[in-house]
Design a binder for this molecule. Sequence first.
Ligand code: CU
Length: 147
Amino acid sequence: MSKYSKLAFAAAIAISFASFGSAAQAGSGTLVNVSLIDTDAGMEVRTDRNRAVEGPVSFAGINDSANDTQHEMLILKVKGDDVSYLPYDENTMRIPEDKIASLGEIPEIDAGQGGAITLDLKAGTYLLFCNKPGHYEAGMKTLFYVQ
Ligand SMILES: [Cu+2]
């Protein structure tokens, strides 16, 4: 690596740490703690808050599975509280991800593990859901509002 590219590399790392730092700081965004839950009673996406102001929103997900089940969490902007218009594939038991415009996701998390995503969200209604086969239908979804 040349001296110049080493410098550029160091600068790129400094920039990425700076942006991470600002997103993580209290007051510059909203932190939402998300529990991905499955028990014999059902499945759930449980958040410690369901509202945020416009701007950076960080979702910190924990897989609280009681059954050693993998979960994930996708974020989708929806038209309103009624999400019955969303496509659903009965065969795969999932929302077909090629037919929606997911804003991002916390990919598959093993039981007991965590993952996070930060998004710059505009005002609107959002759906947080797990798209592992059958989980959406079992109730692994919740609405989230940005004002
Ligand atoms: Cu799940």
